[in-house]
Design a protein around this ligand. Structure first.
Ligand SMILES: Cc1cc2nc3c(=O)[nH]c(=O)nc-3n(C[C@H](O)[C@H](O)[C@H](O)COP(=O)(O)OP(=O)(O)OC[C@H]3O[C@@H](n4cnc5c(N)ncnc54)[C@H](O)[C@@H]3O)c2cc1C
Length: 417
């Protein structure tokens, strides 16, 4: 170990990168480890899957993000175990590392709630490879129908999206726009009006986290985009070509996108800590573990109680980024012999895009926005979350292109021959 304290950051998501950036001037050896060598911008994965953005606008090299920090090293490795008492972390392809401070920002993963066939056949939307796999799969279904139009009767073009929260609504809206505005022109011989996009939600309404006005707005905006909404419906099993609901109804669909549930990274179950609902670890007001003040738990894997409302904060990019920045600053202060401050979350609003010109925003105080104003607010918040100005520029160019021309990027499938 070097003489400087080592800050080991697990996870290069919003939380991990936010923490690392705030430690750039600290007198510390900062080591960030992620199983990927890139940072994934999860809120825009659905835009990658539907050709609204290029891969490089959604994934950014972690080494590039942190290369100007002389005190920081990046490793690509998978965390396999954390020993809180020995202050040591084990990896798959990297020698174990000890630490003086640990930042746990390993994020969330999909939860299929034991749905039969979902792990094998559903398309979740939590990682970059998953978004690219969905993009290829959709294109391949249209190419298959082009070869054999009788497959349309079997539901080859139909997509079922599970989950009436922001991920499901955004994905369903974007796929419907891709179908109606782009694939309708790319495949003029196919009856695109028979390509159904069905959004299935178990609860009585979509967008349960939003006010009724925003729920009504979203339902109308989806209808306008020809998305069929089924509420009070639960998926019980999935096969490559069929989706069966708990009611027994069978939907013909060769694609099922899963946007219904997530849970904290399963690794947290091995830490011997008490877990909250959804595999999340409860942290103190400073975001550290009460029994291990050298360990900070952040972002999606943490249950952070908001000091203003007393509620556990939602799993959002802005919560992860702010918690990461706070922990980075707190550790830098402690290394400098100063006292750390408690975490205060600054609400940026809860928001979702439904399609071109259609979005909803709800602020903590209750203020709401819809339509183009909400879309502009959504764009501003998401651009601010992107890690570099280069990424912001790329996103603006791609968004401007698709808004003006209705075109989508990269509608090609590249395979081994
Ligand atoms: C489809 C989707 C849409 C979303 N839309 C929005 C939105 O519009 N607005 C918003 O604010 N939030 C949105 N969110 C939520 C937001 O993306 C998350 O809250 C945020 O990414 C959490 O940040 P994090 O740093 O905690 O975790 P993550 O960003 O998930 O980062 C965790 C990192 O840990 C790494 N990792 C995981 N396991 C291991 C391991 N064993 N070893 C090594 N590395 C590991 C991962 O590779 C990843 O880089 C969305 C999420 C999803 C999935």
């Amino acid at each position: 170990m070097s003489e400087r304290p080592r800050v080991l950051i697990l996870g290069g998501g919003f939380a991990g990168v936010g923490a690392a950036q705030k430690l750039r001037r600290a007198d510390a050896e900062v080591v960030l480890v992620d199983r990927h060598n890139y940072h994934t911008f999860q809120p825009l994965l659905y835009q990658l899957a539907t050709g609204l953005l290029e891969t490089t606008a959604v994934g950014h090299s972690l080494r590039d993000l942190l290369e100007r920090q002389d005190n920081t090293t990046v490793h690509q490795a998978t965390v396999t175990g954390v020993d809180l008492d020995a202050r040591e972390v084990r990896f798959d392809e990297l020698a174990p590392l000890t630490y003086d401070f640990l930042i746990l920002g390993l994020g969330a993963e999909v939860n299929f709630f034991g749905t039969d066939g979902a792990a094998e056949h559903a398309f979740p939307m939590y990682t970059l490879p998953q978004a690219l796999r969905l993009k290829d799969h959709l294109l391949e279904r249209w190419e298959a129908a082009d070869h054999d139009p009788s497959l349309v009767d079997d539901g080859v073009l139909n997509v079922v999206v599970v989950g009436g929260g922001p991920t499901g609504v955004e994905t369903a809206g974007a796929i419907a726009e891709l179908y109606r505005a782009v694939f309708a022109r790319d495949y003029p011989a196919l009856p695109q009006e028979r390509a159904r996009v069905i959004l299935v939600e178990a609860g009585p309404e979509l967008f349960s986290m939003f006010k009724p006005r925003l729920r009504r707005y979203a339902a109308k905006a989806l209808e306008k985009r020809t998305v069929e909404v089924m509420t009070g419906a639960m998926v019980s099993s999935v096969s490559p070509t069929r989706v069966t609901l708990k009611s027994g109804e069978e939907l013909k669909a060769h694609t099922l996108v899963w946007g219904a549930g997530l849970q904290g990274n399963r690794l947290v179950q091995s830490l011997g800590l008490e877990l909250r609902r959804g595999n999340r670890i409860a942290v103190g007001a400073d975001l550290a573990l009460p029994d291990h003040p050298e360990v900070y738990v952040l972002g999606d894997v943490a249950a952070i109680t908001d000091s203003k409302t007393g509620q556990v904060l939602p799993q959002l990019g802005s919560v992860a980024l702010q918690s990461g920045e706070h922990a980075g600053e707190a550790i830098a202060r402690r290394i400098a012999g100063k006292a750390a401050k408690p975490f205060r979350y600054r609400d940026k609003g809860t928001m979702a895009m439904i399609g071109r010109g259609a979005a909803v925003v709800q602020m903590l105080g209750g203020r709401t926005m819809t339509g183009r104003t909400a879309q502009a607010a959504w764009g501003t918040v998401h651009l601010a979350l992107l890690p570099t100005n280069e990424d912001r520029a790329k996103a603006v160019v791609d968004w401007a292109g698709t808004t003006l021309t209705h075109q989508r990027v990269g509608r090609i499938t590249v395979r081994d021959e």
